[in-house]
Design a protein around this ligand. Structure first.
Ligand code: NAD
Length: 247
């Protein structure tokens, strides 16, 4: 990523995606900000220079939604240099024996199909340009199991599989692909997960650093992975978890 980069960020209306969008704009990038939540996107856009942001309300789990954000980047900004493939949902907190199949399907649809569709479309654009960097948002749940979050854990393991395969395939045309693996980060998602876990009588736990991370602490690592300073880094899975996976 250079100061003139063209970026696409999914799940940009709040949390980690919003923090990444703000950092990219502050570094001089133009960003296509994608989310299901059109109102959240508009609120974000009001806080940023108009020439730096295009908002695209879209569902990343559909081919039409993905085409709409790729087209916006190509038609309005001329391509895609960096892609934060970030939108995700946590699903329902329940043990596998008590979970329901529809909840499993919903999580896999957004977290795996959505990430796959994004790679499928954006890598075509990057291949034609012969450059680019991608960061997929996985999770510590892509590296470890977690009680009550089976579908989410499975989906984030799948994100790492897609990341490693994309890195192997895209290296030959100059594109790097990495994953970030956040631990508990203070966003609306972790508030929902913790509330469900507490209702089920489970502990929530934070990190070895005894606190939640902030969205901006994850965004800093994402932007490093998207940028030229990480030019020799691809196929990796980077925990930003306050040491949670050290145990
Ligand atoms: P969040 O719920 O605050 O934000 C997620 C955003 O994604 C929301 O704005 C939501 O509208 C959007 N979104 C959901 N489904 C979508 C879809 N189908 N199409 C388009 N947009 C959609 O969550 P967050 O904490 O910022 O999470 C961002 C990513 O980080 C997710 O992939 C999540 O799994 C991952 N993550 C979060 C944590 C954490 O502790 N917060 C930890 C590990 C990984």
């Amino acid at each position: 990523m250079t100061a003139a980069s063209i970026a696409v960020v999914t799940g940009a209306a709040r949390g980690i995606g919003r923090a990444v969008t703000r950092r990219l704009v502050a570094a001089g990038s133009r960003v296509v900000a994608v989310d299901l939540d059109a109102r959240g996107l508009d609120q974000l856009a009001q806080q940023l220079p108009a020439e730096s942001v295009r908002v695209v309300p879209a569902d990343v789990s559909t081919a039409e939604g993905v085409a709409s954000y790729v087209d916006a980047a190509v038609d309005e900004f001329g391509g895609i240099d960096v892609f934060h493939n970030n939108a995700g949902i946590e699903g329902t907190v329940a043990t596998l024996d008590e979970s329901d199949v529809d909840a499993f399907d919903r999580v896999m649809r957004v977290n795996v199909r959505g990430v796959y569709l994004g790679l499928h479309a954006v890598l075509q654009v990057m291949r034609a340009r012969g450059r680019g960097a991608v960061v997929n948002t996985a999770s510590v749940a892509g590296l470890r199991g977690r009680v009550g979050l089976g579908p989410y854990v499975a989906s984030k393991h799948a994100v790492l599989g897609l990341t490693r395969t994309a890195a192997l395939e895209a290296a030959e045309y100059g594109v790097r692909v990495n994953a970030v693996c956040p631990g508990p980060v203070r966003t609306e998602m972790i508030e929902r997960i913790d509330a469900s876990a507490l209702r089920a009588g489970e502990g929530v736990g934070t990190s070895t650093l005894c606190r939640y991370g902030t969205a901006d602490e994850v965004a800093a690592v994402v932007c490093w992975l998207l940028g030229d300073e990480s030019a020799f880094v691809t196929g990796g899975a980077y925990p930003v978890d306050g040491g949670r996976t050290a145990v």
